[in-house]
Design a protein around this ligand. Structure first.
Ligand code: ACO
Length: 323
């Protein structure tokens, strides 16, 4: 049976844009290095009055408007973030309060850059069991708040933002062409913790900590894991790589996107790339890219769209859906 359907998308970005050239005035780096190694040209960085919840609320409102549905119809909010406003309660509950749809289910998931995929799969499962009829699935981050701005190997790579989708329970009757989620695979490998992590937290250091990463190792794992999980979802669903209309990947590095697409024989023209404008926004990157490609008319009804991401943990996953 075809799973839940995305009926609206939205996104929000902080007001302030920081270009590579501006960053190079504060950090020992250059526009040439960042562009050549990552494809990133700029990122949005939150101002003091902008938080993960304010971005999430703006993205959620945009997704509701796009879907043409009222906030009161939302019975489930799943918000993926590694940078919540508070250690608790969940940032999802702040979104719920702002939208005025209290009483349903609201919680956060922590799977870092794969967070939106984990959140989407969780929401789809809950909708399939009848726990709610309509959900908001959000990826929202203010990664700038956990960056070590003295560490040029990490601080140039990330940005802030939020993306959201309205997800509706599966149709009662579906056929091969029906819109909805066709296949999902999620994975984690806790042995790879030390390659990408934050060196703080409430229970360990009582601090927020900073992002630490062994970039070249992460790069190698990303290409292998992402190609493998895409193959798994294609096999599960009987869809071939050349039947895909769009791949919407986590936007970490243009070279990871190129290498993964090449491994699977997917044309670069079918890969949605926003990393040049947003940098790596962790859990927000897939829904931000999805919203971009839908609003500019690339993704159309009936299209086969593959979402994929990998992040700290490691965690990784892919979701195939028909738009
Ligand atoms: N500016 C200038 N020079 C730099 C910078 C910088 N910002 N950062 C590192 N360098 C230098 C290094 O010091 C090194 O110098 P050396 O040769 O004198 O020692 C040189 O550049 C090369 O460094 P490498 O780390 O080998 O560079 P690499 O080509 O691997 O690129 C990068 C680094 C961009 C981090 C790459 O490894 C990468 O993208 N990895 C994936 C990491 C990632 O995207 N993580 C996000 C989360 S996980 C995910 O989303 C999949």
């Amino acid at each position: 049976m075809t799973g839940s359907r995305i009926i609206g998308t939205g996104s929000a970005l902080p007001r302030r844009i920081v270009t590579n050239a501006e960053l190079a005035q504060k950090v020992d780096t250059s526009d040439e290095w960042i562009t050549a190694r990552t494809g990133i040209r700029q990122r949005h960085i939150a101002e003091p009055d902008e938080t993960t919840s304010t971005l999430a609320i703006a993205a959620a409102r945009a997704a509701l408007a796009d879907a043409g549905v009222e906030a009161s119809s939302i019975g489930l909010i799943v918000l993926a973030t590694a940078t919540p406003d508070n250690t608790f309660p969940a940032t999802a509950t702040k979104v719920q309060a702002a939208l005025g749809c209290n009483g349903g289910i609201a919680f956060d998931v922590a799977a870092v850059c794969s967070g939106f995929l984990y959140a989407l799969a969780t929401a789809d499962s809950l909708l399939r069991t009848g726990m709610a009829k309509r959900a908001l699935v959000i990826g929202a981050e203010t990664f700038s708040r956990i960056l070590d701005w003295e560490d040029r190997t990490t601080c140039v790579l990330f940005g802030d933002g939020a993306g959201a989708v309205v997800l509706e329970a599966p149709l009662a009757e579906t056929d091969a062409g029906s819109p909805g989620i066709l296949g999902t695979r999620l994975h984690a490998d806790g042995d790879q913790h030390d390659l990408l992590y934050v060196d703080g937290g409430p229970s360990s250091t009582q601090t927020v900590g900073h992002v630490r990463m062994r970039g070249p190792e992460v790069f190698r794992h990303a290409v292998v894991n992402l190609a493998d999980v895409l193959r798994e979802v294609l096999e599960d669903t009987g869809v071939t790589a050349d039947q895909l209309d769009w791949v919407v990947p986590h936007q970490a590095n243009a070279r990871i996107l190129d290498a993964t697409a090449r491994k699977l024989g997917i044309s670069p023209d079918k890969v949605v790339v926003t990393v040049q404008d947003h940098a790596n926004t962790s859990a927000a990157s897939v829904p931000l890219a999805l919203d971009t490609a839908r609003k500019d008319g690339r993704i159309k009804p009936g299209d086969l769209v593959m979402l994929e991401a990998m992040g700290g943990g490691f965690t990784w996953g892919a979701v195939l859906l028909r738009w």
